[in-house]
Design a protein around this ligand. Structure first.
Ligand code: FAD
Length: 194
């Protein structure tokens, strides 16, 4: 869930980035939030909820609204009349899905005549909630393999050079480091049998 706000310039610091994990969600629910101060006075904020949550009453939209009540978040949004700070104004809002499986959930990324790259395959680094660099890198690796195949006069076969190049790339090393991030955060908080 995302919202864009315009806030008082006195509370705005272009380039400032804030990330949070956990609250207000239960310990066994995966998720976190971001608040980015963009150029001018807008602030982009959002709250991510792992859709494998167990509590059927949980509402990802309400989690975002609850998160905004935290004193460190609402400080930016609500203003302060006594200090002449105007309340912020919500300009827009929306929602998107993130594929957050990681390295251990990757499907086979090649098939005759085609390949999966970026978030279609699940290359997002779930510990950083960042996938743009992975989408660009896997696009480049697949393009290189396709270029070489075309040069060799091949067509409609599998671009095996692409997953091979991925396994040797910095992206594989990066995703390998965070491969257990989601499972680890959940296990750490699950009740253990006594
Ligand atoms: C709330 C949120 C915050 C994020 N923050 C960050 C961040 O700070 N840094 C970061 O690196 N990453 C971030 N990400 C992740 C990042 O956005 C993705 O990892 C990245 O955009 C994946 O790129 P992609 O090209 O694989 O897929 P996408 O960017 O999803 O592009 C796929 C495109 O294909 C189009 N499409 C779909 N189906 C069809 C069709 N049938 N025909 C034609 N077109 C189609 C879609 O409209 C879309 O434009 C964030 C994601 C979300 C949701």
């Amino acid at each position: 869930m995302k919202e864009v706000w315009e806030i008082d310039p006195k509370r705005h610091e272009p380039g400032f980035v804030l990330h949070t994990a956990g609250w207000p969600m239960e310990n066994d629910t995966y998720g976190g939030a971001f608040l980015y101060h963009m150029e001018g006075n807008p602030v982009s904020l959002g709250f991510i909820t792992g859709l494998d949550y167990a509590n059927p009453y949980l509402s990802p939209f309400e989690e975002l609204q609850r998160w905004k009540t935290h004193r460190n978040i609402r400080w930016y949004l609500e203003g302060d009349e006594s200090k002449g700070i105007k309340p912020g104004k919500r300009l827009s809002y929306g929602a998107r899905a993130i594929t957050a499986g990681g390295l251990l959930s990757l499907p086979k990324t090649i098939f005759p005549g085609g390949a999966l790259v970026g978030c279609d395959a699940g290359y997002l680094n779930v510990s950083r909630i960042k996938g743009s660099h992975a989408a660009i890198k896997t696009g480049m690796l697949a393009a290189r393999a396709a270029f070489d195949a075309i040069h060799a006069g091949r067509q409609h076969d599998e671009l095996t050079a692409y997953p091979e190049a991925f396994e040797k790339s910095w992206l594989h090393a990066e995703l390998n480091k965070s491969r257990n991030f989601k499972t680890g955060s959940r296990r750490a908080s699950c009740p253990r049998p006594s």
